[in-house]
Write a protein that binds this ligand. Structure first.
Ligand code: BV8
Length: 249
């Protein structure tokens, strides 16, 4: 059913209207309608035989740096070709009406920023940034050569995408900022995430533990659904505009 004719529960509308310090935790699902495949989508084409959970690891990179580098180069090109969707824009509009709104994203595609959101915490980094695998900071430009992984000009180590792989710690500052935002929130939205990847999946429970309501948006049920105050079955690009429409100015 299209969200615009969805009758939103009176309690939900009241909750949304009175919330001043909102945290929107987003996952791959909010970018799905922009054409960015989620981790759970089957990999397409020549990548079909590879498991993202295997490629997005330090072990996968150590085992075959070129394969991992090319997977990210393909995804970087993919992200450059897509646009933010109505879900991203709705969160930017919500923040214009409630300046306290903070986006905490697991996504690495930068689409929230491109939609105009200015308070964005990237828990898992950003695929458009590249850094030296031996610890030198992000590099602004690098030479792409077919069949080769670019190397750091300071130490000759491989360059790698500036993202957090499975088995790697999240950037401490980003995680601390996300936890602080949730601790100060009076409403947490969990949007387009399977609620399986830790420690991001624990953030809504920080809110629930403090009695702060959580509203989930996902076409499917997740481990969070039963604990959320409202679990709305639907697409972010359809539901978020409907929610923003009811909060007023
Ligand atoms: C850490 C960057 C300490 C890279 C990502 C066992 C061994 C080793 C580790 C672990 C273990 N058990 C637990 C762990 C910890 C592990 C983890 O959580 N594993 C899970 C899978 C069990 N976590 C980590 O390793 C983290 N680090 O914990 O460090 C440590 C160290 C060593 C050992 C233990 C602990 C690091 C996690 C970060 C990984 N990097 N991204 C890259 O992108 O290439 S996470 C990656 O997965 C993406 O960022 C993506 O966001 C995420 C997948 O989660 P979702 O975003 O939820 O996306 P998903 O595809 O799953 O779901 C999409 C959802 O959208 C679905 O529910 C779908 O229904 C919905 N949807 C679809 N369409 C729409 C929609 N919703 C709304 N609208 C729509 N239109």
């Amino acid at each position: 059913m299209m969200a615009e004719n969805r009758v939103l529960d009176d309690e939900l509308v009241a909750l949304l209207r009175q919330a001043q310090r909102v945290v929107a935790l987003t996952g791959a699902g909010i970018s799905a309608e922009s054409g960015v495949p989620t981790f759970r989508d089957a990999q397409q084409g020549l990548w079909a035989e590879y498991d993202p959970m295997e490629l997005a690891t330090p072990e996968g990179f150590a085992r075959n740096p070129l394969r991992v580098w090319e997977w990210y180069a393909m995804r970087r090109a993919q992200v450059a070709k897509v646009q933010p969707n109505a879900g991203h824009y709705a969160l930017a509009q919500w923040a214009a009406r409630r300046p306290g709104l903070t986006v905490v994203t697991q996504n690495v595609d930068g689409l929230h920023q491109r939609a105009g959101s200015d308070r964005v915490i990237e828990l898992h980094g950003n695929i458009t940034r590249v850094r030296c695998a031996a610890g030198h900071g992000p590099v602004a430009e690098w030479q792409e050569k077919a069949g080769e992984v670019p190397r750091c000009c300071q130490c000759d180590a491989y360059l790698r995408p500036d993202v957090v792989w499975f088995g790697e710690l999240l950037p401490a500052a980003a995680l601390a900022s996300a936890e602080q935002a949730v601790a100060a929130a009076d409403l947490v939205l969990s949007i387009g995430t399977s609620s399986l990847v830790q420690p991001a999946a624990s953030l809504p429970y920080l809110a629930l533990g403090a009695g702060v309501p959580v509203v989930e948006i996902n076409p499917e049920q997740t481990p969070l659904s039963a604990d959320a105050r409202f679990s709305l079955r639907g697409k972010a690009g359809e539901l978020l505009p409907a929610l923003v429409a009811c909060i007023g100015d």
